[in-house]
Design a binder for this molecule. Sequence first.
Ligand SMILES: [Zn+2]
Length: 216
Amino acid sequence: MIIQLPEKFFQWYDWKRYAYVDDGILYIKGDVNYENLMYSLTYSIYDYQYCAYCDHKLTMETRTLDHMYPRNWGGISIPDNLIPSCSSCNGQKSNMTVAQYIQWLETESGSRSELYAKFVRENEKEMNQRYILPDEWVTAFNVGDVIDELNFETIERFGNDKIDLYYQLHHHYPRPIVISANNWVFKGIHILYHAKQNGIKTVSCIRLDNVIRIKE
Ligand SMILES: [Zn+2]
């Protein structure tokens, strides 16, 4: 997928680590913290003065970025899935999608907890089939194409129990992996490692087609 990017962006960490946007492409050099970078990009795109849900003015203390498709249902951190919101709306929305949250807000307060429980049940059920994300975001990734094999060593040291347990229960992974256009893995190295160990050939993936990881 092509993610939203600001027209101009430059983030400097040190000589070996930086990120910039040029002609609609995000270039990332070195071991940059993926989540922080996506948050910075999102803040560069939006005028983040007001909460997207309650329209209250945001301050440095109250501003957050909400995952419109919640993390628990496969929602990843990309500008297309992040929206400025106040901490109280973000907390209140919790594990609801935007559409569910709007419905929840329109419901009288006495019936809200029941409705929330219903949404969570429905989302859990749907997660057995697919992620709660737009279909066009998700593609399949061939596990053999992974290029940062080095990271696997870390996983061997720290173990992989949670992923294994999830996979045994659901027969798929909790979220898609996230990779650059040139197959660099930003998120999901544990998933890839598990797939490799268990002979699983492909995993669900969100490929950021306008993001390139510059090689060392
Ligand atoms: Zn708000």
